[in-house]
Design a protein around this ligand. Structure first.
Ligand SMILES: [Zn+2]
Length: 196
């Protein structure tokens, strides 16, 4: 089970929306009780079609580990978006030797799905619960294992709030890295690469 604050959740969703229809992602760190305490958004450095691939450099991976260490946190893993795909890791996602995978599906763009998975030996995955809490520790969204959509878990008024939030996000100027120009050199050295 993972817990993420509304603030960090919003940061990730804003990044996901602003880079749409391209994949984007970053690194998540946190404490041993599963609380996500650090979000590091990254440029997509995939060398191919960035609507279907997310890639990050070995330097990015190293920076993520150093970021976690510096703040006394555990490196949880990489998150990335599937602009048109489901919130389930592809075979290529799973092959990146990560302990956890975080996938954000924007297939239903205004009803995004944020899913976490534990990667087991043999490359099978188990879906983990994610709870979104506000800054006072109150649960805002409770995303249960197996539930595919936010709309199944939240009230209509909460959904409306989420929609207006996403609209505001799209209008707002970026405060973090947007889609980078393709960088073939970096892509070649990428230590994490995915397809859809
Ligand atoms: Zn993927």
């Amino acid at each position: 089970m993972f817990i993420i604050t509304q603030h960090q959740y919003d940061l990730i969703m804003r990044q996901a929306q602003e880079n749409y229809p391209y994949e984007t992602g970053g690194i998540l760190c946190g404490s041993s009780d599963g609380v996500i305490k650090g979000v590091m958004p990254l440029y997509n450095q995939a060398g191919g079609d960035q609507r279907r691939e997310f890639g990050m450099s070995a330097e990015d991976m190293l920076r993520g580990h150093e970021f976690a260490k510096k703040h006394g946190l555990i490196f949880f893993g990489v998150y990335h978006t599937h602009p048109n795909g489901i919130a389930y890791p592809s075979d290529k996602d799973i092959s990146n030797n990560q302990r956890f995978l975080f996938v954000i599906s924007l297939r239903d763009r205004y009803n995004p799905e944020f899913a976490a998975y534990s990667v087991l030996p043999g490359r099978s995955v188990i879906r983990e619960d994610i709870q979104v809490i506000n800054d006072n520790g109150i649960t805002v969204l409770d995303i249960n294992t197996g539930k595919s959509k936010f709309s199944e878990n939240v009230s209509t008024s909460e959904m409306k709030k989420l929609h207006s939030l996403i609209d505001a996000i799209i209008e707002e100027r970026a405060k973090y890295p947007k889609l980078s120009p393709k960088n073939k050199f970096e892509a070649k050295r990428s230590s994490f690469n995915t397809e859809a």
